[in-house]
Ligand binder design. Structure first.
Ligand code: ATP
Ligand code: MG
Length: 356
């Protein structure tokens, strides 16, 4: 069988993005040939440095190449200037819009030998809710009033819940292929606050139920939870959760909260996903305090590579990467400083590549 060739856009961005994205590339180049995959890479620009050089944080050329030539992409990090800089806005936010990457997918996993092992993924709707940014301020009879629109649509709720169902099935497939987990069967938890917001969150909840009632998802358990009690349970019994699906704002809060459960930002991957296109992105920022020292933890990026491959239906390749990363963490001999070790970025990468 001819090898499948995948063309990957590489956007290192700023700071440690320039150190971890090359590690992601090395990982793809080192996948075993038995997977029958070939990769081509396109180096692309975005970020604050690009803004300073060209006046655009996200050059049109980057977007066009991603759209027309790439099967997927990896995004490093961009530094956010501490004070607003005229004309500068986040390129990853713009990229999500321009490529209609409507889902933000964030797996949070600890080693299975941890005292309270965690293995969950938060699937966050990324186009609407309060983030439509329709706000206004006016003078009411008793003083100033500010209002924001919370918009929830059937279309966006349906497609995000469907994606959560698909992710639940795929995670089960990866578990079945031998990657250890605390979960035995797939489960999706729908998050909402429809006891208070009966129309907006009510629509999200009902639509998610409808999407997940598809016979395709008959092996997937579906439950729901009010967001505040979810936060409580997320910290008390995080092992309960497999796949969490949430509207934009709750998803934002839950995914940062969940990331805090595993100790370092350097471990947490994410993907920005649309129809047939995914950009893997480590959750951390550009970490200027550690850049250029070869000590950034590359695992968030390596896991983001695996996550991107999942959305290309390359579960076997993803499973290999997850198992290699888990092996490195469980053995605990070559860990980067954020995890209490003294290994360099290069040493961690090499240990993981050896385990492939
Ligand atoms: P930015 O403006 O780009 O968001 P930041 O200063 O907020 O930069 P973050 O990347 O968000 O930096 O990181 C917050 C803290 O976590 C920093 O102290 C950083 O060194 C640390 N950190 C982030 N990512 C990693 C990583 N991959 N490995 C080790 N430490 C990291
Ligand atoms: Mg930051």
């Amino acid at each position: 069988m001819a090898a499948r060739t995948l063309r990957i856009g590489l956007i290192p961005g700023d700071g440690i993005g320039k150190e971890v994205i090359p590690a992601g590339r090395r990982l793809l180049e080192s996948l075993p040939s038995s997977l029958n995959l070939k990769f081509e890479f396109v180096d692309l620009k975005a970020g604050f440095e690009t803004f300073e050089q060209t006046g655009a944080a996200l050059p049109d050329k980057t977007v066009e190449i991603l759209k027309n030539e790439c099967d997927g992409a990896l995004f490093g990090a961009v530094s956010s200037p501490s004070t607003a800089v005229k004309g500068y806005s986040s390129p990853i936010v713009a990229l999500r819009k321009r490529l209609d990457l409507y889902a933000n997918v964030r797996p949070v996993k600890s080693v299975m030998t941890a005292k309270n092992p965690i293995d969950m993924v938060i699937v966050r709707e990324n186009t609407e809710d309060l983030y439509v940014k329709e706000e206004k301020t006016y003078e009411g009879p008793e003083g100033k009033v500010a209002e924001a629109i919370k918009r929830i649509s059937y279309k966006a709720s349906f497609r995000i819940a469907k994606m959560a169902g698909e992710i639940a099935l795929r995670r089960q497939k990866i578990r079945d292929s031998g990657v250890p987990s605390i979960h035995k069967s797939p489960m999706v938890t729908i998050t909402h606050k429809s006891n208070v917001l009966s129309q907006t969150d009510g629509l999200f909840r009902a639509t998610a139920r409808e999407a997940l009632a598809d016979p395709r998802f008959k092996s997937v358990g579906v439950e729901e939870q009010i967001v505040d009690s979810m936060v409580y349970k997320l910290f008390r019994q995080p092992e309960t959760y497999d796949v969490i699906v949430a509207p934009n704002l709750y998803g934002d809060i839950l995914s940062d909260g969940a990331a805090a459960l595993v100790g370092s930002l350097g471990l947490v991957p994410s993907a920005n996903v649309g129809e047939g296109f995914a950009i893997g992105e480590p959750c951390h920022g550009s970490a200027p305090d550690i850049m250029g020292k070869n000590i950034a933890n590359p695992i968030a990026t390596l896991r983001s590579v695996a996550l991107m491959l999942e959305f290309m239906d390359e579960e076997a390749a993803a499973a290999k990467i997850y198992a290699a990363v888990d092996g490195n963490l469980e053995e605990g001999k070559l860990l980067s400083p954020d995890l209490g070790g003294s290994a360099t970025t290069t040493e961690v990468v090499e240990d993981i590549l050896r385990r492939l």
